[in-house]
Design a protein around this ligand. Structure first.
Ligand code: PLP
Length: 374
């Protein structure tokens, strides 16, 4: 049995990624900026990996800057844009990950405006159209898929509205990439991605920039990444991240339909065994692996501990968005009450989670409820 249901937090290394990392580390560990032959080999492999990633994202490889992950990509972008767009404002949403929310606040402070979110968990397009009328806007930034409830955001429509208004559009696609096709994402002006969300190593990610030679002024130091990101290039992790994405991509549509059917069967089993269970953003299109729901009763930390004792790892979903009182800004934007927030659980599966794993989790939840009710 595989009881790991916290893939939205992080994923295990895919075997192909692990192999790629070991080989790259053994053969091409040299400095990619070194002027000797071995450095040149590493540089060539790094640039090939950039091209392969560009193919998966549908963007020119020169737009890609490798970073340490999504948090760095988001910080770098907002910090850099704030320097070049003094006086302009940014539109964002209330359901963003803190790695968007916090640096945006630091870089743009009062110059950030939030778009409203519908109870379906999606950003309101009418509100965006209205707010785009007010200039000057430096950027619109919204995620592609929500990490908590899994709601897919209408990023294609948002991009179209931004194009019309002449405003650049950034999407944090950390939860989208590796679960759904990333091929069209390259049309966005800026994209954030993170390797460990799709079977790659931790500590590696990327930021796709609008232009090939656009400056990124955040990590200062050496001239790596065309002067856009200082620090010795992490070729083995880049290789492993790109290999992971290449390994997953051809299987994605099959996995999506199998896994969403498993998830539906899990929700049905849960309702059969626990009674009324409210799924957050149930009516909207969601990531195939994610279900966030309000348990019938009891504090979610008790659920987590008891499920963990039985070999299941799930999340209360708020680790990344908890306020000081334990409530979640994302759930608040979706209309959840403080009681809901205390009882909510997030379950997120992987690419090879079996139906029997899902059903075993539903069964364990029934046992936990009985135990907690006593
Ligand atoms: N953005 C989103 C939407 C996420 O879900 C996460 C991780 O939970 C991050 C950013 C942070 O990613 P990283 O660990 O690569 O910094």
């Amino acid at each position: 049995m595989n009881g790991y249901f916290d893939y939205n937090a992080t994923t295990p290394l895919l075997p192909v990624a692990q192999e790629a990392w070991i080989e790259a580390s053994a053969k091409h560990w040299h400095n990619a900026s070194g002027l000797y032959r071995e450095g040149g080999f590493t540089r060539r492999k790094l640039e090939e990996a950039r091209e392969r990633l560009g193919e998966r994202l549908g963007c020119e490889p020169e737009r890609i800057v490798f970073t340490s992950g999504a948090t760095e990509s988001n910080n770098a972008l907002f910090h850099s844009l704030a320097l070049s767009h003094a006086g302009s404002t940014v539109l964002s949403s209330a359901i963003e990950h803190p790695s968007v929310r916090e640096p945006l606040q630091a870089a743009f402070a009062q110059r950030t405006e939030l778009l409203s979110t519908q109870s379906s968990g999606c950003v309101d397009l009418d509100d965006l159209a209205e707010k785009l009328k007010k200039a000057p806007r430096a950027l619109v930034t919204t995620m592609a898929a929500n990490n908590e409830c899994g709601a897919l955001q209408p990023w294609r429509e948002m991009l179209a509205l931004c194009r019309n208004a002449g405003v650049p559009f950034h999407t944090d696609a950390s939860q989208w990439i590796g679960k759904l096709s990333a091929q069209e994402l390259g049309e966005c002006d800026y994209i954030t991605g993170s390797g460990h969300k799709f079977g790659g190593p931790k500590g590696i990610g990327f930021l796709v920039m609008k232009n090939e030679n656009e400056a990124l002024r955040f990590m200062r130091g050496g001239p790596q990444e065309e002067g856009r990101r200082a620090g010795t290039e992490n070729y083995p992790s880049v290789e492993a991240m790109v290999t992971a994405l290449e390994g997953l991509t051809p299987q994605l549509s099959g996995i999506a339909s199998t896994q969403s059917s498993y998830r539906q069967q899990f929700i049905a089993a849960l309702r059969e065994q626990l009674g009324a269970v409210r799924v957050i953003a149930e009516e909207s299109e969601r990531l195939w692996n994610t279900v966030m729901f309000v348990t019938p009763r009891h504090d979610n930390r008790k659920w987590l501990a008891r499920l963990s004792q039985r070999g299941f790892q799930v999340s209360n979903g708020s680790a990344c968005s908890a306020l000081k009182d334990g409530s979640s800004t994302v759930l608040a934007a979706l209309g959840a009450s403080p009681d809901d927030m205390r009882q909510v659980l997030r379950v997120s599966s992987g690419w090879s989670t079996e139906l029997s794993d899902w059903l075993a989790l539903a069964q364990a939840m029934k046992q936990v409820l009985n135990e907690l009710d006593q």
